[in-house]
Each structure stands twice: as C-alpha cells, then as structure tokens.
Design a protein around this ligand. Structure first.
Ligand SMILES: [Zn+2]
Length: 407
C-alpha cells in the first residue's frame, strides 16, 4: 500500500477504522489493516472525509477589490467596475492571483473546482486562456472544470457568438450562460443549449439573480432542459429570485427544477453582499430558498463564487466559511438541518459536476481530507484544521499546529 490512515473516523456512531490508499484509489476500509504501507498516518480519531468540491468560482477576478471599489455595493456597479478593470488585467497578473486562489482551495481541503472563466471582445481570451493553462498545470493538485462564461452577454456584443464557439474549441468543459444579462434571456438559453449539444457538454447558468421574482426564466430553462433530454446536466448559480416567490407558488417551480435534474448553487457570500441594496430597513436576505429546494428533492450546493472583488469583497476560498454563513442565513442551523450541510459542500456538488469516482469508498479516487475534529457533525461547526489533503492518493497539503492552553 502507498499510504494507510490509522484510527480515523469516517462516520459518527461507528468505531474508528483504518483506510488504505493505493495507486491513487481508496483500496481498503477496515479496522486493523494488517498490511504495511510506505507511509502511515496516525489519525488519532480525527475525521477522514471526501475532499470538498467547489462548484462555482471565478478565478481570474479574485483579489482585485482595492483596484476599483464598488461604492454602492450593488450588482450593477460590481459588473460595471469589473468591466472597466478587465481589459487592463495582464496574463501574469491573472496567473498570479488565480494560483493564489488555487493554493487556498487545496490548503482548505478542496480537490475539485468548477471555474467560470470569462472572455469578451474587450479583454479577448486573456483570462480564459490562463484558466485553461492552470487546469493543465495543477491537474495533479486539483481538478479544474472550465466553464466558457459570457459575463457580458452573448447577443448584445458583436463577435461574442463566435467567441463562445471558439472557447469550446479551445477545450472548455462546460458551456456557461447568463440569461439575465442579454438582449433576450430565451434566445440566450436556446443558444447555450445548441452549443452544448453541438459539443456534447454540460451547462451552467448564472440564473435569476435579483431581489424580486419578475423576469424569472428558471421555468423556461427547466422545461427546455427536459425537452432537450438534458436532465442532470444543468446547474444554476444564484437563483435568488426564487426566494421572492410565495411558498404556494414556489412548490410547482421547485418540482419542475427537480424533474429537470437541475442542480442549484447557493452563493451566500455574494448574494448577501449584493442583495437587497434598495432596502432601507429590515433588509431581505435575497437568497435562493435552500431549505425548500432541498426538501423538494433538488440537488442543492453551497459555493464561493468570488473572493475579494467588487462582487464579494471578502472570503478565503474555504468552503467551511461558506457553510458557517449559510447556516444562519438559510436557516440551516437546526440539528436536523445541520446534518445536511456537509453534503452541500461534498457529495451534492460532486453530483452537480458529474464527478465519477468521488467518495470515501473502496475503488473510488483517494481525494480525501483529514480534519482536526473527532466527529463528522463537528466538521461544519468546529472549522477544524485541514491536517492533510490527498489528491488521487498524493499528499498535496498539510497543516501542523502546536497548541497549548493553561487549564
Ligand atoms: Zn458566478
């Protein structure tokens, strides 16, 4: 064996176990494994779990918040200041900041990320090409799925349709879209589907990002998904407008989303920052209704979206911070609800991203994280140190702490 974890906890209420890793896979899960390994790690009862999956992130525009400030805190100004910045960003600058993000992700125990990489006539493919380069450069550290993302729209910009096609030819993994930022959301959705079918790729939309329920296109998108036979292959991020829909009316929409197999990414760090800026008092949360979606059978995930820019002027790339934000903001703090939160950072986004071989099971890829807490339920509460991170069986990050206390 290449590596054996001794005495780790993989489930609460069950005895500690050993986990052996060989050739990049989980080879044996059993107490008291007798075979030897080249490396043995003493788990001391700490939790060993599948690594985190970041389902929605923008690499190229991280860490630029001080370059141009979003003074109103609105989505409109965030898009405007970022659009001004983008043509000035150089390859080297994007490479350096994106690498910094990837380092933070891996250190925090994330071994998969879906990156929405954008391009448009004003900036060309500079940032998009960097993300493709990073996908290759860091493939042994973290799997990067690259989304061809038209942040500034498709039909309202001359040449963008051609750029979308070119981005897919360059090797994008997923076709992205943003129906609310184009000439016609329906035309936009239809075009994204036609491109995705042409290249045989999945789809990921920035969808219905507003405080109100007007102009939602999620129902159109869900029906289109079913019509095109794309069930299970479409994700949406934000979907905050659905939070403005009354409960009785919401039920039917959620059933439709479930039937279409659309995964929903809640992005609380961004949505809480940009949402409800017009409210003078008793400010709305402006989040997608995570509990109702979950209870309605929809695959719901929590993701980071942005790190320290005009959209989200904070963040570390640690999904446990997002969980801590989501628990009070989405009313996921109750004991029963808490039990569903870890899945929103792991198995749910793995399903959304269509990951094969994910999970702490024999034969699956050894994408694992050893965390400094003694219970699985404690992972989202304790913000435990990520002691060791494995990518396909290889150690890609460790943390060492020396702690003392006087009592
Ligand atoms: Zn986004």
């Amino acid at each position: 064996m290449d590596l054996i974890f001794r005495n780790v906890r993989i489930a609460d209420g069950k005895p500690l176990t050993d986990v052996a890793v060989h050739n990049g896979k989980v080879a044996i899960i059993s107490p008291g494994i007798t075979v030897r390994a080249r490396q043995e790690v003493q788990g001391n009862g700490n939790v060993l779990m599948p690594a985190f999956v970041e389902g929605h992130l923008h690499l190229e525009k991280a860490y630029v918040m001080h370059r141009k400030v979003n003074r109103t805190g609105t989505l409109k100004e965030a898009i405007a200041v970022t659009a001004e910045l983008k043509p000035m960003l150089t390859r080297e600058d994007i490479l350096e900041r994106s690498t910094q993000v990837l380092r933070s992700l891996v250190q925090a125990g994330t071994t998969h990320v879906r990156a929405h990489a954008e391009f448009d006539p004003s900036q060309g493919f500079t940032g998009f090409d960097v993300v493709l380069e990073l996908r290759k450069k860091f493939r042994d550290m973290i799997d990067i799925q690259v989304v061809a993302f038209p942040q500034e729209g498709i039909f309202k910009l001359p040449g963008m349709k051609h750029m979308m096609f070119a981005a897919m030819e360059k090797g994008a993994d997923v076709v992205g879209g943003i129906p609310y930022n184009d000439r016609s959301p329906f035309e936009h959705i239809d075009y994204v589907f036609s491109l995705a079918k042409q290249f045989g790729k999945d789809i990921d939309f920035h969808q219905d990002f507003a405080d109100t329920a007007e102009n939602m296109t999620i129902e159109y998108l869900a029906r289109k998904t079913i019509k095109e036979g794309y069930e299970g292959r479409v994700c949406v991020g934000h979907l905050t407008s659905l939070g403005a829909v009354a409960a009785e009316q919401r039920v039917g929409i959620i059933s439709l989303i479930r039937d279409a197999g659309i995964s929903v990414m809640c992005l609380p760090a961004t949505d809480l920052h940009l949402g409800a800026r017009g409210d003078s008092h008793n400010v709305r949360r402006s989040l997608t209704p995570v509990r109702a979606l979950r209870d309605g059978g929809v695959n719901v995930c929590l993701a980071t979206n942005n790190i320290r820019n005009a959209f989200t002027p904070y963040g570390t790339g640690d999904l446990l911070n997002i969980a801590q934000l989501a628990m009070p903001a989405c009313h996921l703090g109750g004991a029963d609800d808490q039990a569903t939160v870890l899945g929103m950072l792991t198995t749910n986004p793995a399903k959304a991203l269509g990951l094969d071989n994910y999970g702490l099971e024999t034969g699956k890829n050894a994408d694992l994280v050893l965390v400094d807490t003694q219970s699985v339920a404690g992972v989202i509460l304790d913000l435990p140190a990520r002691l060791m991170v494995l990518k396909r069986g290889k150690i890609v990050a460790t943390s060492n702490y020396n702690r003392s206390i006087a009592f």
